[in-house]
Design a protein around this ligand. Sequence first.
Ligand SMILES: [Zn+2]
Length: 307
Amino acid sequence: MRACVDIGGTKVSVSLHAGGDDRVLLATRTEPTARSGTPDVLGRQVVRMVDEACAYLGIPSQSVQRAGVCAPGPFVLEQGAIALASPNLCGGLACGHDRSNDWRTVPLEAPLRHRFQQLRIENDAVAALEAERRWGALQALDHCAYVTWSTGVGSGLCVGGRVLRGKHGNAGHVGHIFVSDDTHAICGCGNVGDLEALVGGHAVAHRLGVPMSELLDAAQAGDAQAGQAVDAMCRVMGRALYDLIALLDLQRIALGGSVFFHHQALLLPRLIAQVRGRLASVTDGCELVPAGLGARVGDYGALALLD
Ligand SMILES: [Zn+2]
């Protein structure tokens, strides 16, 4: 048995997997992400949830010694071990929207190394990319990306068959590229006018005073003002997708994340319109498609890290 752990800003999901080629996840459990107390509470939560999953299946917890863990970035190294410096988890970072703690980092690798002999931790979008390449919409492609549009925006990138990681596993943080000097658009990371500040679910709700899902529902229902706001967001997001294609000469981008996934009929044509015809020699060979694994891309992302 191996453990698959998907850590998000709002929830932690833990499953066990028996090994082999199937994708059957066992004893899945989900809890709100621990975000108060000392920063090591998250690592302890993961270990407890894995042990509870073992107890549920009636197996000794020590029999689970491998874990694949996907978590929100950016990652930093503390004494050589991965810690999370995500503004969505750490209230102590410059402009974190969450003030329920004063953490600046959350140690992750160090506490999990005590529990698991084999451990792989990756950025959640990188893990999703690996799952999409293996089982989803990016199979058999050597030049591709997974882009998540959710409370935040992120990506996993693959060129020439190699998944890009960067010096600390932070490659693909497309949400924090600058796209505007809009001084009203402030990202949780502190940047003013970056992509996530303009289109991320958290930042949009903060700036416009309406939850992203309501805005998208209103646009879908024909509300003109909401429609304009969504068009503006898709112009920005579509340009970012174009930029990735132009930079990396991609064959396909798979799109996921709760914002995109629940309103793809509204968003996908608008995103495609921002890419089509621009530098056609490069973009004509690239498709934008919904992620194949849907809402399970997080769990399968963790599973994809285990082989
Ligand atoms: Zn940012």
